[in-house]
Design a protein around this ligand. Structure first.
Ligand code: ADP
Ligand code: MG
Length: 240
């Protein structure tokens, strides 16, 4: 599980995480919603150790992420992260892009890496695009390739940061369907999203971030149906 205890983080003078407390259990899907600049992305990058924290603790399966002794490369293997956009290697096919990390990071042989990549690409509905180059994929297909690439490392956790925000509206659904499938398969996920219907549909819990504070967290029916914090109400009214 992922345990976040009283995490504070600043960029210079600007405090962007102000005492975040959150525990995500195995198999749980937590979505984070909130306005731009509220610290959502920063929290995700702290969870997999891409960013240092000022104080507090983040513990993943008992490993203290920001302890000096922690092997971050090893930790990151179990935490897949997918961003708004991933620049695939343009000169490599879809299959080659997805085999790259298992081969380079895990030292897997070509045949085994390709087997896993094929499986994960089929899983996200790209089984017929193995030999295609990334530029020939739609935005939605590119995001599904990015998800397959993360899954090829056999992560225990997946972090998704607005993976549909850069997509044309008609391509959003296919990517959300892929996330929903992973959620239903029991993947432990933290999803930052602007897609409220998706958040309501797939989340076990929804957290609302406001100015570096987790103002409210609860089950979707409560957050969307009976928000307690005035800022949550304001935010939801603004996105509806
Ligand atoms: P969100 O994902 O909720 O939109 P972010 O976590 O990206 O918010 O950003 C939170 C705040 O931290 C914003 O004010 C942003 O400008 C600032 N910030 C984010 N990353 C950096 C950085 N690398 N250097 C300086 N400020 C940053
Ligand atoms: Mg963000």
């Amino acid at each position: 599980m992922i345990e976040i205890h009283d995490v504070h983080k600043s960029f210079g003078q600007l405090e962007v995480l102000k005492g975040i407390e959150l525990t995500v259990d195995k198999g749980e899907v937590v979505t984070i919603i909130g306005g731009s600049g509220s610290g959502k992305s920063t929290l995700l990058t702290c969870i997999n150790g891409l960013e240092p924290i000022a104080s507090g603790r983040i513990v993943v399966d008992g490993t203290e992420v920001h302890a000096k002794s922690t092997d971050l490369n090893r930790l990151r293997r179990k935490i897949g992260i997918v961003f708004q956009q991933w620049n695939a290697f343009p000169h490599l096919t879809v299959l080659e892009n997805v085999t790259l990390a298992p081969r380079k990071v895990l030292g897997m042989g070509k045949a085994e890496a390709e087997e896993i990549a094929r499986t994960q690409l089929a899983h996200v509905g790209l089984g017929d695009k193995l030999a295609t180059y990334p530029a020939r994929l739609s935005g939605g297909q590119q995001q599904r390739m990015a998800i397959a690439r993360a899954l090829a490392m056999s992560p225990d956790y997946m972090l998704f940061d607005e993976v549909t925000s850069a997509l044309d509206p008609q391509l959003v659904g296919e990517v959300l369907e892929t996330l929903k499938m992973l959620a239903e398969e029991g993947m432990t996920m933290i999803c930052v999203t602007h897609e409220m219907a998706f958040a309501r549909d797939v989340s076990d819990r929804v957290a609302y971030f406001h100015k570096g504070v987790m103002a409210e967290i609860g089950v979707p029916d409560q957050i969307f149906g009976d928000p307690q914090h005035p800022e949550t109400r304001k935010f939801l009214a603004s996105v509806r």
